[in-house]
Design a protein around this ligand. Structure first.
Ligand code: EPZ
Length: 430
């Protein structure tokens, strides 16, 4: 089974280019099927989740042409099937966008219920509430969610919980509906704005994305577009915390600093120096980190997708920190793994009380989910000696060339597929 072999103890130093945002790309790629004209999308991250989504789109007749590793040309004029249930699509959460896009365009769709990382209940009731408000019938049978509508009529929809997926999915399903739709208590994440901007580039009429009230006026049809995905603020934040955790000096390039404000603020609180320029952020951690408190919140609050990364950093800080996870109810699974490295953390419900330790000891770890897996890699990079991280398929769902990018910063890390490879790595790095 493939794993990461790591020899930790070196500070990470240097510059790293950040790729396109996975959670924006998944929405934009799905939305691209809402027109029969050709759409070109640039800066698509080459990760498992985007590959799986593109495969699912091809399985129903969407023509997908990869112009290069990060650019795809999509034409959905020949869609021959409105049922998507292949095994791959069941693994990713973002399959739900295909339902919204197909419903919006064809008024019918059957898609396997969404999968995704086990970080808590991944409900879809708000998606269903939105589709029903627009006039669709939604039922769940044989592991599929099936939706049908005679016509889609704009509606006033209040989201009881701030939901990224439901906000984007309702935006898509209402883009071609008759009349006006208002989404109240909408998510404001950068990828919500990116999805709205992309839909508008195809001729949709969406206003207010990035605020908690989004207004969509349905249009007749959508047309061709050329679009580039925004940088991934979670990948960027992960490398910023890599500097903090290894007492290094890392510059993340091709970023939008505004999207990183809450991460930057926390790193400064913890004693790091942070320098911002137009499209880069530099993080220098020359001394031991200081404890702080953090609560994950919808954007622009501190992102839940950065919670494992800050949890690892605070486990090395001087003093006691409190981490509260307010979005998902099972996102502290990485703490058990971190304890194997000597961390001292007490989890009670959705709160972790972290007593910082001077350093971690190397260990053999298992990634419990995507962002926790990446955070555990950072923990191993800080610990002297050899560590391994298994179940790295999680990490590769959302990070492109993760070991290679870390190596470019001085990390001694390799993906190994056997014990023999592991021994060879150990001999090589000594
Ligand atoms: C998206 O998941 C992201 N995934 C997640 O990133 C991210 O953690 C999450 O948004 C929050 O930012 C993708 O974009 C593919 P939500 P999503 O709907 O859409 C509740 C990563 O690491 N809820 O915003 O599933 C839900 O239970 C992944 O890249 C309902 O109650 O998240 C949660 O408590 C992990 N009913 C809260 O809302 C619903 O119908 C936020 O979930 C939907 C959600």
């Amino acid at each position: 089974m493939e794993q990461y072999a790591i020899k930790g103890g070196n500070p990470l130093v240097g510059e790293v280019e950040i790729g396109g945002a996975k959670n924006a790309a998944l929405a934009v790629l799905a939305a691209a099927i809402m027109t029969d004209e050709t759409v070109t999308i640039e800066n698509v991250p080459d990760v498992n989740d985007t590959r799986v989504l593109l495969q699912a789109m091809e399985s129903i007749g969407v023509v997908v042409e990869r112009l290069d590793r990060h650019t795809v040309k999509i034409n959905a004029s020949m869609i021959s099937e409105l049922v998507i249930e292949d095994d791959f699509i069941k693994k990713i959460r973002a399959s739900y966008y295909l339902l919204g896009a197909l419903l919006g365009k064809y008024k019918h769709a059957e898609v396997a219920l969404p999968g995704g990382c086990n970080i808590g209940s991944r409900k879809i009731d708000l998606h269903i509430k939105g589709f029903k408000a627009l006039g669709a019938e939604v039922k769940i049978e044989h592991g599929l969610w099936i939706t049908d509508a005679e016509r889609l009529q704009g509606a006033h929809i209040y989201l009881d919980t701030v939901s990224v997926g439901a906000t984007i999915n309702i935006m898509m399903a209402s883009a071609l509906a008759e009349g006006k739709t208002i989404i109240e208590n909408a998510a404001k994440e950068p990828h919500v704005v990116d999805a709205a901007n992309f839909l508008n580039s195809m001729g949709a009429n969406i206003k207010g994305a990035g605020t908690d009230v989004i207004r969509i006026t349905g249009v007749e049809k959508l047309h061709a577009s050329e679009y580039s995905i925004i940088p991934d603020q979670i990948e960027a934040g992960t490398f910023m915390f890599a500097a903090a955790i290894t007492k290094g000096d890392v510059t993340v390039k091709n970023v939008i600093p505004k999207h990183l404000e809450s991460t930057t603020a926390k790193l400064i609180e913890m004693g790091c120096q942070v320098e911002e320029s137009d499209d880069a952020v530099r993080v220098v951690a020359s001394k031991r980190l200081e404890a702080t408190q953090v609560k994950t919140l919808p954007y622009p609050g501190f992102p839940t997708d950065m919670q494992p990364q800050i949890g690892v950093a605070l486990s090395l800080a001087s003093g006691t920190s409190i981490v509260t996870e307010s979005i998902f109810d099972n996102r502290f699974k990485y703490i058990d793994e971190l304890t194997k490295m000597g961390a001292n953390v007490k989890v009670e419900g959705n709160t972790a009380v972290i007593s910082g330790v001077e350093h971690f000891t190397s260990a053999a770890l298992t990634a419990p989910d995507l962002r926790a897996g990446a955070a555990l890699v950072l923990a191993c990079l800080s610990a002297e000696g050899f560590s391994t991280v298994e179940d790295i398929n999680y990490v590769e769902r959302g990070y492109e060339d993760f070991p290679q990018k870390l190596q470019s910063l001085g990390a001694q890390i390799e993906k190994v597929a056997s014990d023999r490879d592991l021994q060879k790595f150990k001999l090589k790095v000594g």
